[in-house]
Design a protein around this ligand. Structure first.
Ligand code: HEM
Ligand code: HEM
Length: 455
């Protein structure tokens, strides 16, 4: 891989890393609060801005736009200039983007907790906040495109493709999904609205988190293994097949709704076809790492990223199964899907965001990690937390799904799943604690690294 032109400040990359570490704490706290309210629904009944219906969208939007995306962007703003053998086009613009990004997150928390919501999953933010989000994506896009234009490296490595595609496509799908040309409602009407919403909602995972995470993976794994990527041809097949297959399968979220059958059929067939882009990438990455797992184990960032690839395998195989109508009759509308969501967003893209962050952090700081022990501890807490989430939520989902198929009412099943809700909250407490430790470690590494704790 190419080396860099001059010694940069990395202000933008640092800004995104701190943003990610900070909002991970807030996001996981909101998740924990929501989980506690599901165990004790009357806990905060008189505090309107803390009811579950407001806490849940805050949790979700903060994990997506506060923790995972900025974490992946933090790594991208480090690796892109290096891969392109140039400096970032404008660090100043990057820092302004980070500030607008944080302003949009604060506005998200304030508006959603005050009850201002578009009421559409993953598109809850109201129009003024949407505008901030669109501006921040466009600013990132401008900085990336200009950096690509001024590059001194003629060949575009696959990580550059993934990062640019994620930002270009999300700038468009965000506007579409939030129906920004209708500021009053942010929605169309009826079934067309549901189809459009899930086209967008699905592509937040498929065209934002997934390509950004794969971009980081394609950078970190060969670097950590000190080996070239196994196959450049496979990396191109993986990239283009992701764009072709992933973009239009959002209707698998609506198999129980009266949407046109042809749309359902396409979404089911291509959800199964997702096995191609997923396995092509994983074969490429795993073959690159073959015989070099020692190097990966020695670097905590690479360890996070590699574990994220294993989670990608599990969540994708599970996802393809969940798109089959016979399976979805049992798994839809219950905690099975919440389990899948956490393996995907935390286990796959969240793990890789943390991995990218820990991999680039010493390079940004020009010093070793403040504490490799704390980073490793966080790795295990997140891994145990997300694996535990998957197990307990899958069991809870199967209990709910089977009971409902047998004609049981929702409230009679609640006592059956109570234990699993308690276990979920306990595991969540672990993940929240790990976020606190991670924030401390990251700030100490960047700004107060006396070195006494390093290992
Ligand atoms: C940074 C890590 C996390 C990520 C990326 C994440 C992601 C998500 C996502 C995507 C959803 C939406 C699920 C769906 O609608 O199917 C969700 C819901 C939820 N999450 Fe998290 N989460 C994280 C951490 C936590 C933690 C620590 C807890 C605490 C227990 C938690 C508790 C919840 C709860 C209670 C819901 C709502 C479930 C429901 O509606 O029944 N999450 N999370
Ligand atoms: C081959 C890849 C995948 C397929 C075929 C797939 C399929 C599905 C399906 C069918 C559902 C809807 C389930 C239902 O409502 O009954 C779903 C939900 C979900 N998926 Fe995936 N998935 C895949 C990968 C991923 C990845 C990589 C992520 C995260 C980065 C992810 C995140 C989610 C989330 C958060 C939900 C919950 C949406 C909601 O709030 O209802 N999925 N997935």
């Amino acid at each position: 891989m190419p080396s860099q032109a001059s010694s940069p400040t990395y202000a933008t990359a640092k800004g995104f890393c701190i943003t990610s570490a900070f909002w991970m704490m807030v996001a996981t706290f909101m998740g924990l609060l929501g989980a506690t309210e599901l165990i004790a629904p009357d806990l905060l009944e008189n505090v309107g801005w803390l009811v579950f219906g407001r806490v849940r969208p805050i949790h979700i939007n903060l994990v997506l736009f506060g923790f995972v995306t900025p974490g992946l962007l933090g790594a991208a703003f480090y690796y892109l200039p290096r891969l392109l053998r140039t400096d970032l086009y404008s660090e100043k613009l990057g820092v302004i983007t980070v500030l607008i990004w944080n302003l949009s997150l604060v506005s998200t928390v304030v508006s959603l907790s005050a009850g201002y919501s578009q009421g559409r999953e993953y598109a809850e933010m109201i129009w003024p906040v949407d505008m901030l989000v669109v501006v921040m994506f466009l600013l990132v896009l401008y900085n990336l495109i200009m950096t690509v234009r001024q590059r001194r490296e003629p060949v575009l490595y696959v990580s550059v493709w993934y990062a640019c595609a994620a930002i270009v496509l999300t700038s468009a799908t965000y506007c579409l999904g939030n129906v920004i040309w209708r500021p009053n409602t942010g929605a169309l009407v009826g079934i067309p609205d549901a189809i459009l919403l899930w086209f967008y909602g699905h592509n937040i995972f498929g065209l934002l988190l997934t390509p950004l995470a794969l971009g980081v993976t394609y950078y970190v794994i060969p670097k950590a293994c000190k080996a070239p990527i196994y196959s450049h041809t496979l990396s191109l097949i993986g990239f283009w097949s992701l764009l072709v297959v992933y973009t239009h399968i959002g209707t698998h979220h609506l198999l129980q709704a009266p949407v046109p059958t042809w749309l359902k059929v396409i979404s089911i067939v291509d959800s199964v076809g997702m096995v191609i882009p997923v396995m092509v990438v994983l074969i490429n990455i795993w073959y690159t790492a073959k015989g070099r797992l020692g190097e990966i184990h020695a670097d905590v960032g690479a360890k996070f990223v590699f574990t994220g690839t294993i989670m990608y395998f599990f969540v994708s195989i599970q996802g393809s199964m969940m798109a089959l109508p016979q399976v979805q009759r049992v798994t839809h509308f219950n905690n099975w899907v919440v389990g899948h969501a956490h393996v995907g967003v935390l286990g796959f893209s969240g793990m890789i965001a943390l991995g990218g962050l820990y991999y680039v952090l010493p390079k940004l700081a020009g010093k070793p990690l403040f504490s490799k022990f704390l980073a490793d501890f966080q790795y295990w807490m997140v891994l145990i937390g997300v694996s535990g989430f998957t197990i307990v939520l899958t069991i809870a989902g199967l209990i709910q799904g089977n009971a409902w198929l047998n004609g049981e009412t929702v409230y009679r099943v609640l006592p059956e799943v109570h234990l699993y809700y308690v276990l979920r909250a306990s595991l969540g407490l672990m993940i929240f604690t790990s976020a606190l430790l991670g924030f401390y470690n990251i700030i100490r590494t960047l700004y107060f690294n006396t070195g006494e704790f390093s290992s």
